[in-house]
Design a protein around this ligand. Sequence first.
Ligand code: GDD
Ligand code: MN
Length: 404
Amino acid sequence: MTRNLLSLTPTPKGILQINERSPVHLHPLFSLVIPTYNERQTIEPLIGKLSHLLDSSIPDDYELIVVDDNSPDETWDVALQLTAVYPHLKVMRRDGENGLSSAVVRGWQVAQGQILGVIDADLQHPPTVLLELLQAALHGADLAVASRHVEGGGVSEWSIARRSLSRGAQVLGLIVLPDVVGRVSDPMSGYFVVQRAAIANQSLNPKGYKILLEVLGRGSIQQIAEVGYVFQERTEGESKVTWRHYLDYVQHLIRLRWHRRFPQTLFKFPIGRFVRFAVVGFSGVFVDYAVFYLLFNQAGFSLNVSNVLSAETAIFNNFLWNDAWTFSDLAQRQLGWQARGKRFLKFNLICLAGLLLNTAMVNVLVRVFGVNVYLAKFVAIALVTIWNFGVNLKLSWRVTDVQR
Ligand code: GDD
Ligand code: MN
């Protein structure tokens, strides 16, 4: 069929804001946006899978909206041809404005559904998970996220480097925006559904790839559900992620931090738990100093070896006390040796990162500023305690406020 017989969906202009729709007009139930850039090989199989899945679960009550940024491989045209076969498919071809997260918002702006969703076009997000996400939304979740970091989740053959980058981005997010990034186990996910009412009438200002951050940071999200999924390997085309997207991510975090002004955590800071954590940390100082004294002054080990071994002994001591006292309520919700082992591993990694910070601070204070070695250790321990508490609370003992 020639192109002009098939019509593209006009691209909204102006502010990125989704209007609310009165319940009587909320048809179809579900609108799924598929952002595309050079995905001509996978868009057809994806549309076929999604249509088959949704025709069998919510027939005639959904729409698929491809939002293409004028792909050089003309993905928009392949999708447009498909509208002759799939009646619930719409295609938007943007020219001038680009970027993954703004593409998703533009798609949601033309969407008519009560529940809005997003999925990647490259078949790395298994379409079958969509039904579980929809079920969670229909059972009251404001937001249902496909997560790689809960039971049933995972990444296929990601390299250690990519895993560390993804986790590193998450830790950075936990530091800058703990009250947003800490609410879900996979804040980097680009596969989720959200109630329209939760994000309507909010002027959105996303940057880069992480549209979920924008929804969590600006939406009114109370109840969150998570569904585990395994992020698939790409079979066609390649990822568009470049170093610029990591810069965008940092800018997006800062923009959302500013938007949210006073960190909610300042007012809800768990002071009681922090005091317990600090008491445990203090007990760890005695263990640290005692072992350090034995190794450094008695056994004649070097400064760094004594510092690392004594600190590691203190970390083990602290984990036992924190798991049994400081975070016992959270630990009770994650029983079993495997869960406990995972917590210890994360606790250890975070404390080791803290130990690196500690060692760097001790060396700078002692070697650059000539500070007394014991005073330098004390200052380093105090600052690293705050780091350890915040990141452990949100990563090691995290029980995100979600239902599984
Ligand atoms: N319209 C539009 N404009 N779509 C884009 C753009 C863009 O500038 N850049 C990427 N996309 C589309 C791709 O076509 C694909 O459908 C999807 O967004 C994800 O892009 P990838 O380049 O494949 O990202 P990835 O595989 O590294 O996935 C990472 O980012 C995704 C999006 O946040 C992972 O973090 C995924 O979990 C996440 O879904
Ligand atoms: Mn991908």
